[in-house]
Design a protein around this ligand. Structure first.
Ligand SMILES: Nc1nc2c(ncn2[C@@H]2O[C@H](COP(=O)(O)OP(=O)(O)OP(=O)(O)O)[C@@H](O)[C@H]2O)c(=O)[nH]1
Ligand SMILES: [Mg+2]
Length: 651
């Protein structure tokens, strides 16, 4: 059993994913071995394996500057480097949002940096990520933690530019710009650090953000990256208490993210070591920490039990020095426990709901198919066993009956083919509704309108038009989805009635996830449009930036929805097609056997033993599938004292 330590639990998660991966691979081989694979199923399995490969646990750290976000990351995840890996200093330190992950496509460890000037373009960070060439890349020497820490200092880099430049980049208000001639701005807009740390290799991805209005400056953080995080850790500091800017950040960016089965929020009160007054007794210190936690909880409007008091700095020191007492006092392990016992199981159940459930459905379909073959073989076996000693008439009668069944069957197949055609055309309509070509036309129009508009009011009206059109599009697509779902259910029911074969229910398509995403975006756009900050004409740059990020996010949502609908449609009919093919083959075989037996009575015995062999083989195929199913449904090793089902909300 793994311990509560986050590293152990993450490894257990990694093992669980590897097993799941292997089970999917085994299923694929099983299909091939038994001549049951089809291009549609193959493609779907490939897509699921790819999804598994890119599956990540995203944890984001958000707070005002100097609250100790970077130090906390060092202490929780990277203490074994025996040093401070990410720069953490007094004042503003991390200047650009920094992602730490493992990129398995890259040959070397790297830091990729996106120049701040790219803010002037219409390209989003997400789009830039697809083009490594647009980034400045520094190769990391992972053999030396000293060199790594040195290279990581790049995220602190700033440069001095005339105020007008900063204004143009949307980093400074025009009103403030006049007062200052030269100002300091971040050198980089975004950083991605990839190296083969075991946690990162197991799929952890950490987002460290700079404090001080970085969230407001880079809308993609609030629109895209934070909502995509499975856990957002909001850091307060015991030495400052909850300040106005902490509250602003909480109210504007963290609290609205909400907490549900996909996302959690964790609030940390850092730097409690500043309250470790040696002249006070343990109880008095404990009380003053508890008082601070309570008042922070009250201000944020959350349960005090969900505020974790820690000392990142002492935690890091304790881990480096293997000082158990100090480590306990730092309370870092309590935070690790929350990540291990709440966040990770939540993440795991997401993978289960998506990947395991889908593969499980495919395995069940194969199992149904094998079971129906077994029933057919047993029926035929009984038929043949009853033939010994019977005269030719009986055999001829059986052949006639089988041929009749075949004719009826062919007719029903024809009607199925017609249904399949109807499904294809309805599905094509759905795809068209979600197509990027359509959306791109919409976008091109909006972009053109936007180019001519630099007043905030004009941009806001563009924004509204665009989102109204998008909402309309997704609603139409949802209607179309309902129709396609109804159709496929009817087809399956009809199939079941006619053939008495398929027990399988179709997987229905759902746009709910994408609709939710676009609704969230819509609300965000509305809130942004109505906020007083954006009424000033000077803000038009920021409005435009915000809008571009939103449009790019919406485009991505449509892209995903289209892909999802497309692969769903490809696989939707596959189980029935497989059944038909199989049934056709069975009938032909049956007729062939009867014909051979009719020609020579000696064949009866050998046909019976052939069928017995076939039945045995089918039984062992069923066993293999049952074993596979067990691996697919295996739960994650629980941490001591907790079961994965205890995963609950934080904050
Ligand atoms: N006493 C004490 N100081 C801490 C603790 N954690 C961090 N610090 C110090 O606080 C300062 C700021 O820490 P950072 O990790 O750079 O804070 P940050 O939130 O990443 O700040 P930005 O990168 O500027 O957004 C550094 O000097 C740290 O050494 C702590 O637990 N106790
Ligand atoms: Mg920092």
């Amino acid at each position: 059993m793994a311990t509560n330590r986050f590293t152990d639990q993450m490894q257990a998660y990694g093992r669980w994913k590897a097993d799941l991966n292997q089970a999917i691979g085994n299923y694929q081989h099983w299909l091939e071995r038994n001549n049951m694979s089809s291009p549609e199923v193959d493609l779907r399995i490939y897509e699921l394996l790819e999804t598994m490969k890119s599956d990540r646990l995203n944890i984001a750290f958000v707070a005002e500057f100097a609250r100790g976000k970077s130090e906390l990351i060092n202490a929780i995840f990277f203490s074994e480097y025996d040093r401070r890996l990410l720069p953490s200093e007094a004042g503003r330190t991390t200047m650009c949002p920094t992602e730490l992950l493992y990129d398995n496509q890259a040959d070397e460890s790297y830091i990729r940096l996106l120049a701040i000037e790219t803010r002037l373009e219409d390209t989003s960070i997400q789009e830039h990520k697809k083009e490594p060439i647009n980034w400045t890349t520094i190769t990391l020497d992972t053999n030396s933690s000293e060199k790594m820490a040195e290279a990581f200092k790049e995220v602190m880099r700033t440069k001095r530019v005339p105020a007008a430049v900063a204004v143009r980049l949307g980093l400074l208000d025009a009103a403030d710009g006049e007062k200052n001639n030269i100002v300091e701005i971040p050198m980089w807009r975004h950083a991605i650090i990839s190296f083969p740390h075991p946690l990162l290799k197991d799929g952890l991805s950490i987002l460290d953000t700079p404090g001080l209005n970085a969230l407001g400056n880079e809308p993609e953080l609030t629109i895209n990256m934070l909502p995509n995080a499975h856990a957002v850790i909001f850091v307060l500091s015991a030495d400052t208490g909850v300040t106005r800017s902490d509250m602003d950040m909480w109210n504007h960016y963290v609290n609205p993210l909400g907490a549900d089965t996909h996302h959690s929020r964790i609030v940390v009160l850092n730097k409690v070591d500043t309250l470790w007054d040696e002249l006070k007794g343990e109880d008095a210190i404990h009380n003053s920490i508890a008082t601070q936690c309570n008042s922070a909880a009250q201000m944020l409007g959350i349960d005090p039990a969900n505020v974790f008091p820690v000392s990142a700095q002492k935690g890091l020191l304790a881990k480096i020095r293997t000082d158990h007492k100090l480590l306990e006092k730092s309370n870092i392990l309590a935070l690790e426990k929350v990540l291990s016992t709440r966040i990770l199981p939540q993440k795991q159940s997401l993978v289960r709901d998506n990947i395991s459930a889908e593969i499980g459905r495919m395995v069940t379909q194969s199992r149904d198919l094998i079971a129906s073959r077994l029933t057919a073989v047993n029926k035929q076996l009984k038929e043949l066993q009853g033939l010994s000693g019977k005269n030719e008439d009986v055999i001829l009668h059986l052949m006639k009956k089988t041929r009749e069944e075949q004719t009826i069957y062919h007719k029903s197949v024809e009607s199925f083919q017609n249904n399949k055609k109807t499904f294809s055309s309805k599905h094509a309509e759905l795809l068209n509704q979600l197509s990027l070509t359509r959306l791109d036309q919409l976008m091109a129009r909006t972009r053109k309108d936007m180019a001519g508009t630099w007043t905030t009011i004009g941009l806001k009206s563009n924004m509204k038009d665009f989102f109204d059109m998008i909402t309309d599009s997704i609603n139409q697509a949802a209607k179309q989805t309902d129709q396609v779902n109804m159709l496929i259910q009817t087809i399956y029911q009809q199939f079941q009635k006619q053939h008495g074969l398929a027990n399988t229910r179709p997987r229905l398509f759902s746009l709910a996830r994408y609709k939710r995403d676009l609704e969230r975006l819509y609300h965000e756009a509305e809130a942004y449009r109505k906020s007083p900050v954006t009424t000033m004409t000077e803000q038009s740059f920021v409005v435009k930036k915000f809008f571009i990020s939103m449009v790019s996010h919406a485009r991505n949502t449509f892209f995903q929805a289209h892909q999802d609908a497309s692969s769903w449609g490809k696989a939707a009919m596959a189980p029935l097609v497989a059944r038909i093919k199989d049934h056709k083959l069975q009938m032909e075989k049956r007729l062939d056997s009867l014909r051979k037996i009719n020609e020579s009575r000696d064949t009866l015995k050998s046909k019976i033993s052939e069928l017995e062999d076939a039945a045995n083989k089918l039984e062992s195929q069923l066993n293999e599938l049952n074993k596979l199913m067990e691996t697919l449904m295996r739960p994650l090793e629980p941490a001591p004292g907790e079961s994965p089902s205890q995963a609950s909300q934080v904050a």
